[in-house]
Write a protein that binds this ligand. Structure first.
Ligand code: PLP
Length: 353
């Protein structure tokens, strides 16, 4: 499709396709890695308290209250924190402000599919680095000329964790380029690389409140890194949208970081459910990659993944299927409540058993 009014860039874009957000109620929705538990009640209280006359006023363009809270939480200074309207927006600014150079950036062949989309939008050259046979990130492959490096940890959609020591190896061997670690799922079983930002001025860590803090609908993402990297992102942001976080998002985000007990409780539940689900899927004959995220990537040697996905859908259960080399026989399944996981297993037993 094309139109004479479109710019050349728009004509050639291949936009990201998000997982379906169906309008039907009562679906067992295991396709977009949302948290199956609600946000902290304290977040809801803070948002309710902010829902009043003050909404006629613009929010703090700097989101200082939330930056301060995050800085204290991670023991960094507020000028090492960047905020965006979801980490997808933070990542967009990262591609434009820190990863756009003459040399190609590197990311895994199987990874978050938004990365190549941003490369198209911002004209960033890139090369895909194949994951190892077992789907792990082989850090030695990242010791080569590049304009920057980005990967999620744990990786998506594999769920596999790269140890912090391996990340440090990448940083040490790439002191001339920015290394971005996208920690959208780190709270479900990994250790954050934020502890390394003071030693590595080339490290930027991004996180989101969408998954582990159950606030996908509020849209809050963040980055932590050296103050000069953050300054680059502020320059892009202040040339794009001065008010990326609403008043509701700022107060809700603060409350989310303050309610540590609730956060720990729901992360623990998701991790426990994941372990249980892996055991039961394995009993059904699935091969499941080791996951440190709130989803798993699994294949059944006797089943065609695309068909299984459709059969589950007919039973009201939606999971994610990627028609893409190396993982076209896998399904990505978000971890639901114990009840939702039970419904999934019951359906699979019928279909396979
Ligand atoms: C979900 C996700 C994000 C984006 O999260 P936001 O909702 O935009 O904050 C970023 N990276 C990865 C790998 C994700 O899975």
């Amino acid at each position: 499709m094309s139109n004479p009014f479109w710019s050349d860039i728009v004509r050639d874009l291949e936009p990201y396709v998000p997982g379906e957000q169906p309008k039907l109620a009562n679906l067992v929705k295991l396709n977009t890695n949302e948290n199956p538990y609600g946000p902290s009640p304290k977040v809801l209280e803070a948002i309710a308290a902010e829902s009043g006359d003050s909404l006629r006023l613009y929010p703090d363009p700097n989101g200082s209250a939330l930056k301060q809270t995050i800085a204290e939480y991670y023991r960094v200074s507020p000028d090492q924190v960047f905020l965006g309207n979801g980490s997808d927006e933070v990542l967009a600014h990262v591609f434009q402000g820190l990863l756009k150079h003459s040399h190609p950036i590197l990311f895994p062949d199987i990874t978050y599919s938004f990365y190549p989309v941003y490369c198209g939008l911002y004209q960033v050259p890139f090369e895909r680095v194949p994951l190892a046979e077992n789907f792990s990130i082989r850090v030695a492959d990242y010791e080569r000329d590049n304009g920057g490096i980005i990967f999620p940890n744990p990786n998506a959609p594999t769920g596999m964790l790269t140890p912090l020591a391996d990340i440090e190896w990448v940083l040490e061997h790439n002191r001339q380029s920015v290394v971005v670690v996208d920690e959208a799922y780190i709270d479900f079983g990994g250790e954050t690389a934020i502890s390394l930002v003071d030693r590595y001025p080339n490290l930027l860590v991004t996180q989101t409140l969408s998954k582990s803090r159950s606030l996908a609908g509020l849209r809050i993402g963040l980055a932590v890194g050296n103050a000069e990297l953050i300054e680059a992102l502020e320059r892009v942001k202040n040339s794009f949208n001065s008010y990326p976080l609403s008043r509701l998002a700022i107060v809700g985000g603060v409350a989310a970081f303050e309610d540590e007990a609730y956060f720990q409780k729901i992360c623990r539940r998701v991790i426990d459910s994941r372990q249980q689900l892996v055991i039961e899927l394995t009993e059904l004959g699935f091969q499941v990659l080791p996951s440190a995220a709130n989803f798993i990537l699994a294949r059944h040697p006797q089943q065609v993944a695309g068909e299984l996905m459709l059969q589950l859908r007919q039973r009201g259960i939606i999971v994610r299927y990627f028609n893409q080399p190396r993982i076209e026989q896998h399904l990505r399944i978000s971890i639901g409540t114990a009840e939702q996981n039970g419904q999934l297993l019951a359906a699979l037993k019928q279909l396979i058993g």
